[in-house]
Design a protein around this ligand. Structure first.
Ligand SMILES: C[S@@+](CC[C@H](N)C(=O)[O-])C[C@H]1O[C@@H](n2cnc3c(N)ncnc32)[C@H](O)[C@@H]1O
Length: 238
């Protein structure tokens, strides 16, 4: 199999979203529409950033918002803020006295957050942290102002450390809380790893992460084939 650098491997029969395009478009059309404020942030992401494809799509955004509304979290942690689109989606079900901590290694998009978050309803409850996610997690800063465990953790930063982030989350999510991990299908390359026909290091790590989550006694998991794959796991009682 040829290796493509700089671009995720793809399964030829799938569309740009990793699903059949027509089904993806149908599902998007018959789901609640993206709120106008989020559509504006999507447009700004595509016109003002160099890697807009990192943005989650409308359907995934609506799913994150739905999960947030179902959980009604007081504490949310996001690893990988980017332009803050998913942050705002996760904020849709945030408790009135809740808070979102979001971490990114890059601080160049703060102006974009500041321009859009205030129109999206929870800006004053979002706390940004700049730095490598590993350093922020280890620093203890996330528990300085609030000692409660997280209700919901969304992992969407660098892919190399996903397993470390998941293991950290298992220890810092409350019983019954949720851990969500993005990009767990790696545009289909995990299929080839599972079949023994690919040794792509990133896909191998992701396949091992999926197996780790399925086999972990503290997790009840479901892997959704949405866009590039979203792994959802609930923390079992300690
Ligand atoms: C896929 S984007 C996040 C997208 C965002 N969650 C959304 O759906 O709108 C990944 C982000 O992770 C950040 N990132 C990459 N490596 C990181 C690291 N080691 N620690 C923290 N953030 C990192 C990047 O700067 C980028 O903004």
């Amino acid at each position: 199999m040829s290796k493509r650098r700089g671009k995720p491997p793809r399964i030829p029969q799938l569309g740009a979203h990793g699903l059949d395009d027509a089904l993806h478009n149908y599902a998007t059309e018959w789901s609640s529409s993206e709120p106008e404020g989020l559509a504006a942030l999507r447009r700004a992401t595509w016109t003002q950033t160099v890697k807009p494809q990192m943005l989650c799509d409308e359907l995934q955004g609506r799913l994150l918002a739905s999960v947030s509304c179902m959980v009604g979290p007081k504490r949310v942690l996001e690893l990988g803020t980017f332009t803050g689109y998913a942050t705002a989606c996760l904020g849709e079900g945030l408790a009135p006295d809740g808070r979102i901590d979001t971490v990114d290694i890059d601080d160049e998009l703060h102006d974009l957050h500041d321009a859009h978050w205030p129109t999206l309803g929870c800006a004053e409850r979002i706390h940004r942290h700049v730095g490598r996610a590993l350093d922020v997690l280890e620093s203890g800063v996330l528990f300085r102002e609030d000692q409660n465990l997280f209700d919901l953790v969304f992992i969407d930063a660098d892919k190399a450390n996903q397993r470390t982030y998941v293991d950290w989350a298992i220890n810092h999510v409350r019983d019954g809380g949720w851990i969500l991990v993005d990009n767990v299908l790696w545009w289909g390359e995990v299929l080839r790893v599972a079949a023994g026909t690919s040794d792509d290091p990133q896909a191998v790590r992701i396949h091992e992460l999926n197996a780790h989550m399925k086999g972990h006694p503290a997790l009840d998991n479901v892997l959704l084939p949405l866009r590039d794959g979203l792994h959802m796991a609930q923390r079992m009682p300690r």
